[in-house]
Design a protein around this ligand. Structure first.
Ligand SMILES: [Zn+2]
Length: 48
């Protein structure tokens, strides 16, 4: 399960998807979805 957040309406949601959804399920805007990093991914980043 991956978490995503819309940059336009700040709506956060999670879905079973390996790719970032293009359309926000809340506001319907496109190309505004960003993937929320999980705790383990954040750890990986700080280690680099
Ligand atoms: Zn939205």
């Amino acid at each position: 399960m991956a978490k995503f957040r819309c940059k336009r309406c700040n709506y956060s949601f999670s879905m079973e998807s390996r790719t970032t959804p293009k359309v926000c399920p809340n506001c319907g805007n496109t190309n505004c979805i960003g993937r929320e990093k999980s705790a383990s991914e954040l750890l990986d980043e700080t280690e680099e």
